[in-house]
Design a protein around this ligand. Structure first.
Ligand code: PMP
Length: 428
């Protein structure tokens, strides 16, 4: 939940501290740091948790439970024992879940490309034959979703994120009135970057709202479904089931992966949807590939054993990650808490902390940090085309560096936020 402290009240008090802050910043620069909070990557310590995968499935252990020789072609939908484990975790029927390659982003990209080339079930024509295709993009959001739209010529309209997910009223109004709107990006659990979780009520609204386009789709990217930072393990609203109950069974396309469970780049990606959508996706998949890497599927299935195995594994990730996130939020609270120059999220899961600094100063903060040897995600990255109209959002990714580096970097970031706010509050 956002911490109270409105950025707009950042004014005179800070301007008076400008000289002090400049000295503090010069001292920070003099330390010659080389720190990096840009990437939402797992740390080496996290990757070590999955090291046994490198010896699996093991010489001679290539046979799946149904007798399939995983070394050979085939099995387009993915290995059943792995699909079963993740079907339970994602709350979908196993038959409606495909296990595929190493990146859910690829599955999203493929879906959009296929929709452009062929249309989806319910389309009057391929999306590329429409005069215009528009996606609704909740902001701040995930830059790679926006990059897919940008590359493929899809117009983006933004709606604000709330602590319950995308602003459902704003989405509903757009989707009901504009037939060019074919898609909505949603990260339902511990969203990138603001950590919000889509509530049951918002999920119901999104799957049941009237849509002007008969082939409107929600891209439900559940990248952080099991990535809890607290003992409370949030359960994602079951969008597929809710959509079916609402009479819109084909509206939701669900994605997930083990990129931040096992190995980022050598994990397994998943796609789930209605039987109609799965048949549509599989038809094109079968042209594109003779079958996925079932050896990797088997390796993952034998590593986890069952859904409880995944949950236990994620608790070990949590032990590594929770102290880093609490370092970020406690340093921000200590250094900026009562000054009204910034607000930030305090996520219960996922990979990011989202900070709103004084309007107009986010790029300056990132520049100051860079010149002090602290790399931050470019300001604007959380908005379509990399443009934050208020220049105030910054995404922090504390998972990759060791805890001590997160602490040093965050103290430096706090100095940069204060200095940028003080500069902005100082009349020239
Ligand atoms: N979706 C979101 C919201 C993400 O944050 C990420 C990773 N940064 C991805 C998808 C990418 O997942 P994958 O590795 O499965 O392509």
């Amino acid at each position: 939940e956002p911490v109270d402290g409105s950025a707009s009240t950042a004014t005179s008090g800070l301007a008076a501290r400008l000289d002090d802050l400049r000295r503090e910043y010069a001292a920070l620069q003099a330390r010659g740091l080389r720190l990096d909070l840009t990437r939402g990557k797992p740390s080496a310590e996290q990757l070590d948790l999955s090291e046994p995968l490198l010896a699996l499935p093991g010489e001679g252990a290539h046979t799946a439970e149904d007798g399939t020789d995983t070394r050979n072609y085939g099995g387009l939908a993915g290995l059943p024992e792995l699909r079963r484990i993740f079907a339970e975790l994602l709350g979908v029927p196993t038959e409606q879940l495909l296990a595929q390659g190493t990146a859910s982003l690829t599955l999203m990209y493929d879906t959009v490309v296929q929709a452009l080339l062929f249309g989806v079930p319910g389309s009057e024509r391929p999306w590329s034959r429409e005069e215009q295709v528009t996606f609704v993009c909740p902001v701040p959001g995930y830059d790679r979703h926006f990059a897919i739209c940008e590359e493929l010529g899809i117009r983006m309209v933004t709606v604000p994120m709330t602590s319950d997910g995308p602003d459902a009223e704003a989405v509903a109004e757009l989707v009901a009135s504009d037939p060019s709107i074919k898609g909505l990006w949603v990260v339902p659990t511990y969203a990138n970057p603001d950590g919000s979780v889509v509530s049951e009520a918002v999920a119901r609204r999104l799957v049941s709202m009237p849509a002007a386009a008969p082939d409107f789709r929600i891209f439900w990217d559940n990248a952080y479904a099991v990535h809890h930072l607290t003992e409370h393990e949030t359960k994602t609203a079951n969008a597929l089931q809710l959509a079916e109950e609402a009479g819109n069974p084909d509206r939701v396309l669900m994605y997930a992966s083990t990129s931040k469970i096992t190995f980022a780049g050598s994990g397994v990606a998943f796609f789930a949807a209605s039987p109609t959508n799965v048949a549509w996706f599989t038809k094109h998949l079968g042209i594109r590939s003779i079958g996925p890497d079932k050896v990797n599927h088997l390796r993952h299935a034998s590593f986890f054993g069952d859904a409880e195995g995944v949950r236990a594994h994620m608790r070990r990730h949590r032990e590594i990650l929770a102290p880093k996130f609490s370092a970020v939020t406690s340093i921000l609270a200590e250094r900026l808490g009562d000054l009204g120059v910034a607000s930030w999220t305090n996520p219960d899961g996922g990979y990011f902390v989202s900070v709103d600094v004084a309007p107009g100063t986010a790029s300056r903060v990132v520049q100051l940090a860079k010149e002090a040897g602290i790399a931050l995600t470019p300001a604007g990255a959380t908005f379509p085309y990399g443009r934050d109209p208020q220049d105030r959002n910054i995404r922090l990714a504390p998972t990759m560096p060791p805890l001590e580096e997160v602490q040093v970097a965050m103290d430096g970031v706090a100095t940069c936020i204060l200095l940028a706010a003080a500069e902005a509050a100082t009349p020239v």
